[in-house]
Ligand binder design. Structure first.
Ligand code: NAI
Length: 260
């Protein structure tokens, strides 16, 4: 088709996107997808070696990326990382709060308090810190986008994961609140709720347990691939996604729809 009929842009070319926990799983798949689509990607995670591996892969494929070692529990490091990204790639248009880990914890566990604090420290508190650090850029962008990776645990609950579930419900609440507060600046804020996805977090679960869970709990009867989640992250970051905000969207193979 030589002349387009529609008006909104479906390109993230040259947009600057910062992704936390981008050396593995969904964060890495998201980094690869944005790079494939021409965005400039700030790859951040805990280890230099793993960050560099992702950056090298993107650059080898002809994409633009800058790697930063960032522990999201370190408030000062977040501010430093954002300054570095601005200097290396330019002002930030898209924030993807993705870093995470599995945190257990039944109320009876002696270390429940530690697990609780760890869940909030890694899975919730950093999200608002990174957004505050990027806020001037997101306002100036005109097409600022924030995508928070929550979980189906952000809308439902499994046994034995109370701190994780509470933190992920917090991410959902934070997403709605940020959407309401930042809409006036044209910034959209959405949460994705992945179901069972094959990543670093789930790789140690024995194959037969994974298989049984997926067959029993999901409509599609399988685990998802990280790229299947990255696809929605990219979609929410497009300029054309300008009227989607405050949405909490499952990417869960039908897990939250299923009741049989
Ligand atoms: P993953 O383990 O493959 O990737 C998570 C990344 O976060 C790792 O590279 C890890 O180093 C990084 N990370 C952990 N703590 C960090 C910290 N303090 N600072 C910076 N980076 C840190 O796991 P996955 O599954 O890709 O996790 C991404 C997000 O998806 C997490 O927020 C997780 O809670 C969420 N999620 C995962 C599901 C799954 O089935 N895999 C389901 C629902 C949500």
């Amino acid at each position: 088709m030589t002349n387009r009929i529609t008006t909104l842009s479906r390109s993230v070319a040259d947009k600057v996107v910062v992704i936390t926990g981008a050396a593995s799983g969904m964060g890495r798949a998201t980094a690869f997808l944005f790079a494939d689509e021409g965005a400039k990607v700030a790859v951040t995670d805990l280890s230099r070696e793993r960050v560099d591996a992702v950056v090298d892969r993107i650059r080898t494929a002809g994409g633009a990326a800058h790697g930063i070692v960032l522990d999201v529990t370190d408030a000062d490091a977040i501010i430093g990382a954002v300054e570095e990204i601005r200097a290396e790639l330019g002002p930030i248009d898209v924030v993807v709060n993705n870093a995470g880990l599995a945190v257990g914890g039944a109320l009876e566990d002696p270390n429940f308090e530690d697990e609780w604090m760890r869940a909030l420290d890694v899975l919730l508190t950093p999200h608002q810190r990174l957004v505050r650090a990027c806020l001037d850029d997101l306002k100036a962008s005109g097409e600022g986008r924030i995508i928070n990776i929550a979980s189906t645990e952000g809308i439902t609950a499994q046994r034995g994961a109370m701190p994780y579930t509470a933190a992920k419900h917090g991410v959902v609440g934070l997403t709605r609140s940020m959407a309401v507060n930042l809409g006036v600046h044209g910034i959209t804020v959405n949460a994705i709720c992945p179901g069972p996805i094959l990543t670093g977090i789930t790789e140690d679960i024995p194959d037969d347990m994974r298989d049984t869970f997926a067959r029993r709990r999901t409509a599609l009867r399988r685990y998802g691939d990280p790229e299947e989640v990255a696809h929605l992250t990219l979609s929410l970051a497009l300029p054309a996604a300008s009227y989607i905000t405050g949405a909490i969207i499952p990417v869960d193979g039908g897990l939250t729809a299923k009741n049989d």
